[in-house]
Ligand binder design. Sequence first.
Ligand code: SF4
Ligand code: SF4
Length: 430
Amino acid sequence: MVFDTVMGIEEAKKEVLKCARCGKCRSVCPVFLETGDETRVARGRISLAEAIFQGEIFYTPELRDYIYSCKKCLRCQAICPSEVNFSEIIDALLEGIEKNMGIPRLARLILRHLLPRRRLFDLTLSIASFGQRFIPGERRGTLRHLPLFFMGNRWLPPLAGQTVLNKYSHAKGPANPKMRVGFFVGCLTNYVYPDMADSLINVLNKLDIEVIVPSQQVCCGIPARSLGDSTAARKLAEKNREVFEAEHLDAIVSGCGTCTLTIKRDYLKILGESWRPMHDKIYDINVFLEKFTRYDTTPLDSTVTYHDPCHLRWGQGIVEEPRKVIGRCATLKEMASPERCCGGGGIFSLIYRDLSMKIGEHKIRSIERSGAEKVVTSCPGCMLQLSDLAAAKNLSVEILHVVELLDRTLKENGKAATAVKQKTGAGNQP
Ligand code: SF4
Ligand code: SF4
């Protein structure tokens, strides 16, 4: 067993001992609620971790399946009365799997050699984007079934003709900006949702904020973290550090809940305390807008419902800020259980596609029953999953990012808008 080199193994062992085996996590875990399988909930996985750490059981394909089927949604962690840091445990298990059993060669190649080389990754995806047009097979509206190695059997909107990082390869902004803000774009926004990036940049520019989009930034590293490849995760984190530290920014914003959580929380673990000054400047876009800007709008004549991305709500405790932004743009009609997971989530939704869609069925029913014209969320991963779910159910509902709604409102009904410069930094959690 290779444990000595697993990052955070000692912390994980301590966290395992904190679990009181109360089973409260069973009441909320989206995977357990669908499968009813004790080995697929935090309590069961913690028992497995304890047995592994004590050398009573070994890594096997069956055990790997129990660990990979965790969505890392952090719902259990948010509700746990014993405050078990489940994230530490699952990360150590994933890394243990990678070190003891390895990961598929192709995945390793992509994580270690493709993701850190942006030009090469661009080239690969532009070939895929071109090929996407000629792939025979089913279509659901604009969604295409992609039988490509990196998307399994997911459905995807067309890949962007021009990526965000190529489009905004240098600074863009007002003449006398009040703040200089870096935009961490993230892969899904860069390659699939460039409109969301356009909106985020438009909104910030309108608020007198200069937006820097460093063209050499790379993937946040979440796919590597999800497969326990700490070498690849470190390589990506170091590259992003080099790129963003060079820009001397007042703040860094991201429109993806998962990217924000990764570059804040995980980079602190990967890069250590030297990342702290940058960590303190990183903001989810909703939090940034609420903290540093003021704008006056007349809400559009439209009803929207909001879906809470897990990594925003459970990972960072961000609940009110997106709702406040939406409230200034339209009539917010809460769906039943807006906090319930949509079933999406990177590697999980590729490996466990059927389970992912089953989890999402509750969400799509809630959306339908809300009667809202639009679903707004704040994570491109959730947008992808919601599009897939809506298309599968033939539900005609527009799916938008919060900043797209705000951009539209400022264009149609905006009155005054500006940034309110104040100190960024400490106290900005997690
Ligand atoms: S809720 Fe927390 S303490 Fe209770 S079983 Fe789950 S992980 Fe353990
Ligand atoms: S992180 Fe999510 S999927 Fe994993 S055990 Fe906790 S609640 Fe279940």
